[in-house]
Every structure is written in C-alpha cells, then in structure tokens.
Design a protein around this ligand. Structure first.
Ligand SMILES: N[C@@H](CCC(=O)N[C@@H](CS)C(=O)NCC(=O)O)C(=O)O
Length: 228
C-alpha cells in the first residue's frame, strides 16, 4: 500500500494535489499527516523527504518526492491518472507542468487557507496576469474536451494540480470568469475536496508565520476553522 506524507490540510497546497488524486481515483493509501513547525520543519520532514518538503510518497521502499513526480509515478500503474484521449492528455500534461512551474503570483501572493476569507488590500498586476491566464487555460480545457473536468469527463491529475487554486479563488474572492467559477465550484464539490475541506476546518493547529502573512495580505473577514 502507498503511504503519503502531507502537511496540515488548511495550509498545504502541494500536499493536496497527490492526496486528492489518490482519493478521487479510489487508490488505497495511508495518510501520514505531519504538522508544520512554523518555518522549522526541515529537520522533521527530512526524516521522510529528501527535500525537507511535503508531499512525499512511499510505495514499499520506493520513495517519490515532488508532486509532479508522484503523479507520473502513479500514472505508470493507473492509466486513469491522465485523460484517455491523446490530445487531452498532452494538453493536461502541459497545463499541469505550467501550474507546477508557473502561476507564481497566485501561489505567492495568495497562500492557501481553506478556512479563511480575506479581502486583499490589492490585486497586483502580476496577480491579475495570472488570473487572466488561468481563465484562458481553464476555458480552453473545458471547451476542447467537453468538461466537466479540465481534461474531459473524468477527474485527472490536471484537476488535482489546480485544486488549490479553487480554494484560493474562494478565500480571496479573486475576480474570474463565470466559466472558471463554475469549474472551481464543481471541483470544490467533489467528494475528495469535501473530505479535505472538512478535515482542514477541524484543524486547531495554527502556524504563527502563516497567520501573520494572511493578516498582512488583507482584511480577514471570516475564519471558518474550529476555534483553538
Ligand atoms: N515543488 C514541491 C513543493 C513542495 C512544497 O513547497 N511543500 C511545502 C508545503 S505546501 C513544504 O513542505 N513546506 C515546508 C514548510 O513550510 O516548513 C512539490 O511539488 O512537491
């Protein structure tokens, strides 16, 4: 059986990706949630991950780190990881790689918090550019492959990679096109995302550095997490 090491569900966007893929594809795995240590997790995480980062997957004694490598490792055993159609598969791999390496303004200026609702002080020009590209990319996938997922009728790795963005659009009420909104809503309503959301909202752990960052980014309007 697989073991997947992840961080706190409220914060850890990279952990969400392979966790959601395994969950939505109904692949059996053991979840190993190791809480962050407020910027000092490196030594603790190095015990199971060579980069000191989560996620990290074990398949027996085979260790796979980096979310994209985990997805490709799983794809060797489960064809449902990528869309069946060759064109959709090529598009999904490209969009997934773009998410993994790009969208840095969304990732850095809107860190993931499942439970907070924040009104940003400003939507910077780089953030607006990422949002414009996101609308374009999502619309393209949905139009070309017929939805309701980005690569066609089934949930695949490309949806898992954009799942944290669905949380970010919700948390920061980021401006986006109606089509993108409908897709984000659809993602948030999958059984896997509902399970992740429920668990994240139950977490009583708070990482001070993350919490401080949220408070600096804008006005916190709601905190839906269980109180500490
Ligand atoms: N490129 C890596 C990114 C992994 C990453 O940055 N993980 C964050 C959590 S979302 C982490 O482990 N941070 C350590 C910490 O905050 O102490 C991947 O794709 O897996």
């Amino acid at each position: 059986m697989f073991s997947l090491y992840i961080g706190n569900k409220n914060y850890s966007s990279w952990s969400l990706r392979p966790w959601l893929l395994l969950t939505e594809l109904d692949i059996d795995f053991e979840e190993k949630l190791i809480p962050f240590d407020d910027g000092n997790s490196w030594e603790k995480f190095r015990k199971f991950s060579p980069t000191g980062l989560v996620p990290c997957l074990f398949d027996g004694d085979i260790q796979v780190w980096e979310s994209l490598a985990i997805v490709e490792y799983l794809a060797e055993q489960y064809s449902a990881v990528w869309p069946e159609d060759k064109t959709a598969r090529a598009w999904a791999r490209s969009a997934t790689a773009e998410m993994h390496a790009g969208f840095s303004a969304i990732r850095n200026q809107c860190p993931m918090s499942v439970g907070l609702r924040i009104k940003l002080h400003e939507v910077s020009a780089p953030l607006q550019q990422d949002l414009t590209r996101l609308d374009e990319l999502w619309q393209q996938g949905l139009d070309r492959f017929g939805g309701p997922f980005l690569g066609g009728p089934t949930f695949t790795a490309v949806d898992a990679f954009f799942a944290p963005v669905a949380y970010r659009l919700q948390t920061y009420a980021l401006p986006h096109a109606p089509r993108a909104q409908a897709y984000a809503h659809h993602l948030l309503s999958t059984q896997g995302m509902r399970a992740w959301t429920d668990a994240a909202l139950k977490e009583t752990f708070r990482e001070p550095s993350h919490e401080e960052e949220f408070a600096q980014l804008g006005v916190i309007q709601k905190d839906l997490r269980e109180s500490v």
